[in-house]
Design a protein around this ligand. Structure first.
Ligand SMILES: [Fe+2]
Ligand SMILES: [Fe+2]
Length: 330
């Protein structure tokens, strides 16, 4: 992947530095907050821990000045989250699973899945896939950071889920590979990060949230709560996405990503809530509030994302940063 196009002064200055050999620089001073500029800057700071960028020296990953810049951006992001999502109190460990389930049940986001099932046109479905590609092409990676930070029941449960996400040892069954097939079926570029320039700040924020929780051991509770929400809010929406794609002419290969999640996540939901989050709550009761906070953040950002996309579509415009997508269709 190559570095994306800067979206403002922070990304412009940061990307210029990253194309040079690692060196010391002062963290950005954040004056006027521009979500597009800052979410992209944070995304790039995180991406050096995943696949990196062609023009960026791998040694930047642990360069203290880049870590300091990342910390400044993370504080901005965490303050925004704190304004949007109220803190969650610790609960008795045996109450945690029920509290998680109640939190999910109490949150009804904008009806994006229903729109995709019944009304979206091919271009809108492609837009949705473009948004989601930022995560699905590295599906499961952000939560894998938690594996060495857990023990016992929670660790075993997380690994059981992740093994499925990574295809149980078979490349063609990796969920990221299934998603690439969906992209190809829609005439989209399936290479990693191909659409980074097209997605708005809210899409980047949903992925930055996972990386924030994933790269900080202190947020391991929030990371597991986040994964539990992904799994518990997956089965039914994926059924709708699959139906929507079939309505638009998608074949079995293109739909397989969604079909797979209908079945797999009905199981993952139980493992994630009871064994993984329940296991962590039993082992570390002081983390129960953060498990719930991570879950609440996941629900809040997903609702903001769905609202943003639906607002754009019902207003007759694109939800992407540029109006035209590559031609093609199912
Ligand atoms: Fe998956
Ligand atoms: Fe899953």
């Amino acid at each position: 992947m190559r570095l994306p196009t800067p979206r403002g002064p922070v990304t412009a200055a940061l990307f210029e530095r990253l194309t040079r050999p690692p060196h010391a620089f002062d963290p950005p001073s954040l004056g006027v907050e521009d979500d597009e500029d800052l979410q992209l800057a944070l995304f790039v700071c995180y991406e050096v821990h995943y696949q990196g960028f062609e023009e960026v020296d791998d040694a930047w990953e642990w360069e203290p000045s880049l870590l300091a810049a990342r910390r400044t951006l993370e504080r901005w992001f965490e303050e925004g989250l704190a304004r949007a999502v109220p803190p969650q109190k610790n609960v008795e460990p045996e109450r945690l699973c029920r509290a998680l389930t109640e939190l999910v049940a109490a949150t009804e986001g904008p009806p994006l899945a229903a729109f995709l099932e019944r009304r979206a046109d091919p271009e809108q479905f492609r837009e949705f896939v473009v948004h989601r590609s930022i995560y699905h092409l590295k599906e499961a990676d952000p939560h894998t950071w938690a594996v060495p930070r857990l023990r016992g029941r929670a660790k075993a449960a997380l690994v059981e889920i992740q093994a499925d996400e990574y295809g149980g040892g078979r490349r063609e069954r990796m969920h990221s590979e299934l998603f690439r097939a969906t992209m190809r079926g829609l005439g989209l570029d399936d290479s990693y990060g191909a659409y980074l320039d097209r997605v708005p700040a809210i899409t980047l924020a949903t992925v930055n949230l996972m990386s924030l929780f994933g790269l900080h051991r202190r947020r391991r509770g929030a990371l597991l709560g986040h994964l539990a929400v992904l799994e518990t809010t997956s089965s039914l929406p994926n059924l709708k996405y699959g139906r929507g794609l079939r309505r638009l002419g998608g074949d079995a290969t293109a739909c397989r990503f969604y079909d797979e999640h209908v079945l797999a996540d009905a199981v993952h939901e139980q493992i994630a809530v009871h064994d993984m989050c329940g296991g962590l709550a039993a082992a570390e009761p002081a983390l129960t509030g953060d498990i719930l906070y991570g879950a609440a953040c996941a629900l809040a950002l997903d609702a903001l994302f769905a609202g943003y996309v639906l607002d754009r579509w019902t207003g007759g415009s694109t939800s992407l940063r540029e109006p035209s997508l590559v031609a093609g269709g199912p």
